[in-house]
Design a protein around this ligand. Structure first.
Ligand SMILES: C[S@@+](CC[C@H](N)C(=O)[O-])C[C@H]1O[C@@H](n2cnc3c(N)ncnc32)[C@H](O)[C@@H]1O
Length: 252
């Protein structure tokens, strides 16, 4: 497995490859439970919406990058996609494996394939996939621009990308209430449920400093993506970003 994402960024949270791998390895056993509890079980809905936004065609080969325990891959597979689910944290991948087997997609479509892969240096040929998703993943990579460039490389011309990511609501009152929950309550619940609950201090910090809405679209545009848009979900606590690579023969 490549671990060359150990480079530091200017982020105030430690996003070195090793720190992120260790953090997710630590929370892996309780990761799904915490996701459901902390989101009030909305995470299933967000992932379904992201899969619907990508709208994979049956048999289409789709990359789910930073797949974690595989919940987004399951949604894609249920829509008939041929999913390659990639992550650089082996304990997360080993939880994904039985789940993907158990929640096997339609009988006529293949089970998702798992790949140990670093988002900063993807072990896939250029132009391989016609579509890709990243759910709650890009916020954690050490170098956002490089991982977007890698996604652009492995997508075919005209390939679709859907990114699901937390955002901070914009209306003042909702924002204040949300930040109170996110920064004061959520880390406590995290510590109660997971022995590595300190990772749930990292979550709000990483969301607050990650580019949101138009700023994230600007980063995708800088990586040569086009047809950029975002759709807010659940009062703006989550955004579904959609983009495409430049079609062959197309110009920007
Ligand atoms: C918050 S989890 C999201 C998992 C899953 N996509 C979901 O929706 O639940 C973030 C995942 O990104 C992975 N990740 C972070 N940086 C990565 C990198 N550079 N390369 C590959 N995976 C990475 C972590 O190992 C972790 O499994």
């Amino acid at each position: 497995m490549t671990t060359d994402s150990n480079a530091q960024t200017t982020s105030s949270v430690d996003k070195s490859g090793r720190a992120i791998q260790e953090m997710f390895a630590g929370v892996a056993p309780r990761y799904d439970l915490l996701n459901h509890v902390l989101s009030g079980w909305l995470d299933h809905w967000w992932r379904r919406r992201a899969a619907a936004a990508l709208a994979p065609r049956p048999g289409e080969e789709v990359l789910d990058l930073c797949c974690g325990t595989g919940d987004q891959a399951v949604q894609l597979a249920r829509r008939g996609a041929k999913v390659v689910a990639a992550d650089f944290c082996l304990p997360m991948l080993s939880l994904a494996q039985p789940k993907l087997r158990r929640l096997s997609p339609r009988k006529d479509s293949p089970s998702p394939q798992l790949a140990a892969a670093d988002a900063l240096c993807l072990p896939f040929a250029s132009d391989r996939f016609s579509a890709a998703t990243v759910s709650f993943g890009l916020r954690n990579v050490a170098d956002l621009d490089r991982s977007l460039a890698e996604l652009c490389r492995v997508l075919r011309p005209g390939g679709r990308l859907v990114v699901l990511e937390f955002t901070i609501p914009e209306p003042r009152l909702i924002r204040a209430a949300y930040l109170f929950y996110f920064q004061k309550i959520l880390p406590r619940i995290g510590r109660l449920i997971s022995p590595r609950g300190w990772a749930y201090n990292y979550l709000p910090d990483s969301v607050v400093e990650f580019p949101q809405r138009q700023s994230f679209l600007d980063r995708m545009a800088a990586a040569d993506f086009t047809e950029l848009r975002y759709d807010e979900q659940s009062a703006g606590t989550v955004c579904i970003y959609s983009a495409q690579t430049v079609p062959s023969g197309g110009s920007q």
